[in-house]
Design a protein around this ligand. Structure first.
Ligand code: R5P
Length: 296
């Protein structure tokens, strides 16, 4: 197995290779003056399983294009199998047509990866697992969705959140809070969120929870503007939660997201390294490495 960390996942790719006990082979890459990406593989891949590790943030379009170039290069240089590890898969939120005429972004990305020569796509905490399952019926690209929630919750426990209540800010992320609650043991629930598509404004129906004096953690797949998590933290505080933390898998933390969440009352904010930021406190390297080792 040959691990090829892409330009957007150098650190994580190296860690995955180390956990598996093989070398990581980074690619040569640069940008041409007009903004095009250049990619060159630095290791022969003929007959091998090539594992390309490339997240798609902070620049989703460039990250995607580099991913397609790496996957295609590995395939046409003779790799027996090309595994695409895309810890944070951008474009996942546009997984259906919310308005007439909209592009099906997730569908498009999956089709392009398949056509580039990908054999398997591994993501961490897919935005909507059902969308991947639906696409699985249309593609020969094998889809694997790994969950970082047990790891994140384990980390929260080590920070003193054992027995804390696990909350997801909307029903779509309920499975994340449920998975975390299995580790933390303090029960789980969800609020109801509506986002107005035109203005981006969030409305949250905050249920009455019996959490007075208890610690609580908000779990979500993505924190982007921080609006969703901040509203959930505020709701928990309203019902008397003691310490409140905010945790997510993919911490995009756009603009003043961190500040918004802190101002809402969060004592702690953290994410994984599917997207590397100063708040990445949990690594998904062993999660991915264990899957790759098992599948070999
Ligand atoms: C939406 O369904 C996602 O699970 C997240 O809740 C959302 O992407 C977070 O976005 P923001 O931080 O901008 O509120």
């Amino acid at each position: 197995m040959i691990i090829i960390p892409g330009p957007a996942s150098l650190e994580l790719g190296e860690k995955i290779a180390e956990k598996i006990g093989v070398d990581a082979h980074t690619v040569d890459h640069r940008l041409f003056p007009d903004g095009e990406s250049y990619i060159r593989l630095t290791v022969p891949v003929e007959g091998e399983t090539a594992v390309v590790v490339q997240t798609t943030f902070p620049n989703p379009d460039r990250g995607m294009m580099q991913l397609f170039l790496m996957v295609r290069a590995a395939k046409d240089l003779g790799a027996g199998r090309v595994v695409c590890v895309v810890p944070y898969l951008a474009y996942s939120r546009q997984d259906k047509r919310f308005l007439d005429g909209e592009a099906l972004s997730l569908d498009t990305v999956v089709t392009l990866l398949e056509n580039a020569g990908g054999d398997e796509l591994i993501v961490v905490d897919a935005h909507n697992e059902e969308s991947l399952e639906r696409l699985q019926e249309k593609t020969r690209l094998g889809m694997v969705n790994l969950s970082a929630m047990p790891l994140i919750a384990g980390h929260m426990r080590s920070l003193g959140f054992d027995g804390a209540y696990s909350l997801s800010p909307d029903e779509g992320a309920k499975h994340l809070a449920d998975a975390a609650a299995e580790v933390l043991g303090g029960g789980s629930g969800f609020f109801e969120k509506t986002r107005h598509r035109a203005t981006g404004e969030i409305e949250m129906v905050v249920r009455d929870l019996e959490i007075g004096g208890k610690d609580a953690v908000v779990f979500d797949d993505i924190i982007s503007s921080g609006g969703t998590t901040a509203a959930a933290v505020r709701g928990l505080k309203k019902f008397g939660a003691h310490k409140v933390a905010a945790a997510c898998t993919h911490g995009l933390f756009m603009g003043d997201a961190e500040e918004r969440i802190r101002e809402a009352g969060a004592d702690l904010i953290l994410s994984t390294d599917t997207v590397q930021t100063p708040l990445s406190r949990v690594t998904v390297a062993s999660l991915v490495a264990d899957h790759l080792k098992k599948a070999e």
